[in-house]
Design a protein around this ligand. Structure first.
Ligand SMILES: Cc1cc2nc3c(=O)[nH]c(=O)nc-3n(C[C@H](O)[C@H](O)[C@H](O)COP(=O)(O)O)c2cc1C
Length: 150
C-alpha cells in the first residue's frame, strides 16, 4: 500500500471545494493500493511527510506567495525530510488571482531543493471554482494518486 499525503491550507469555501475535488480524484475507486491521508498545513509533521510516498499541496495565494501556513509546513520539516523524500511525486493546487506565479515559484524552489518530481501540471484557480476548475482539481488528485499505484 502506498500513501498520498494531501497538505493543504483551506481558509474559505472556494478552497474547500478545490480540496474536496482533489480528494475525490485521489480516492477514485479505480485507483487501488493508495491510502490518502490529509493534513492541515499548520498541523503536518516531518513524520507525516516521511510516511508518505507522494504529495498534493494546496494553498491560496497570499501576499504574492504561498500561504504562511504552507510555508510553515516546510519551514518545520524541510531538513528532516531532505534526502529521505527525494524523487517522490507531487502536485499543487492554488486559489488566488494576483500572486499565483509567486506561489508557483515558491513551490518550484522548495520542491527543487527537496528533489521532488512534478507529477502533474499545477492547477491555479480564481474566484468561484467552475465545474471545469473542479474537474481539473479531481484530475490532479487522481493523477498524483495513480502515479503511486504499484
Ligand atoms: C493575508 C492575505 C493575503 C492575500 N494575498 C493575496 C494575493 O497576493 N493575491 C491574491 O490573489 N489573493 C490574495 N489573498 C486572497 C486569498 O488568496 C483568498 O482569500 C483565497 O484564495 C480564498 O479565496 P476566496 O476567499 O475567494 O475563497 C490574500 C488573503 C489574505 C488573507
Amino acid at each position: 500500500m502506498s500513501t498520498l499525503l494531501v497538505v493543504h491550507h483551506t481558509p474559505s469555501p472556494h478552497c474547500q471545494a478545490m480540496f474536496e475535488a482533489v480528494l475525490r480524484g485521489a480516492t477514485d475507486p479505480e485507483i487501488e493500493g493508495v491510502d490518502v491521508v490529509r493534513r492541515a498545513a499548520l498541523s503536518v509533521s516531518a513524520s507525516d511527510f516521511l510516511a508518505a510516498d507522494g504529495y498534493v499541496l494546496g494553498s491560496p495565494a497570499n501576499l504574492g506567495s504561498i500561504s504562511g501556513a504552507l510555508k510553515h509546513a516546510f519551514d518545520g520539516s524541510y531538513y528532516q525530510i531532505l534526502d529521505s523524500t527525494r524523487g517522490r511525486p507531487f502536485g499543487l493546487y492554488l486559489h488566488g488571482n494576483e500572486g499565483v506565479e509567486g506561489a508557483e515559484r515558491a513551490i518550484d524552489s522548495i520542491t527543487t531543493g527537496l528533489g521532488w518530481t512534478k507529477a502533474a501540471e499545477y492547477v491555479a484557480i480564481s474566484n468561484k471554482p467552475t465545474a471545469q476548475d473542479l474537474e481539473a482539481c479531481w484530475e490532479l488528485g487522481a493523477t498524483v494518486a495513480a502515479s503511486l499505484m504499484g
